[in-house]
Design a binder for this molecule. Sequence first.
Ligand code: FES
Length: 174
Amino acid sequence: MRIARIPATEPMHEKDAVDLSLINNLIEKFKGKKGNMIPLLQGAQSIYGYIPEAVFEKISVKTGLSLSDMYGVATFYAQFRLKPVGKYIIKVCHGTACHVQHANKISEALMESLKIADGETTEDRLFTLESVACLGCCSLAPVMMVENNTYGKLTGAEAVRIIKEIRIRELSKK
Ligand code: FES
């Protein structure tokens, strides 16, 4: 599933930044339907890239789903994000094949270069770093994925170089 991301330039005050009308159709589609909570949360996340607080509130008001139930589900399942993500999500595979090929060195190099921890987003909202399970191309281990591009047989230095190139490309667009 492709995630729609909010632009890196939007303000951090999420309640002000979120256009709540974007979920009107989603709410109409699932309102009153049995088992609608997960599809609503998934739909909201695919629109905003994460589930903003104001979106939880709107869904609750419009559908009658309880806020605490929704937060309970959203915090239980790893697929849901409660914080904004960067324009680029860097997925570093930590599946078994990549793990034995020193995937941790890639994550460490990226954390140091980007100055963020695993799961965090850079201040400029360009990158989010994530450790993930097998990406399905173990013969290329260790593997990293950025957008739809897969990079295999990586070293930490190469991973950092790839990310720097993306940043340079983004800066040149400004
Ligand atoms: S374990 Fe990394 S791609 Fe399979």
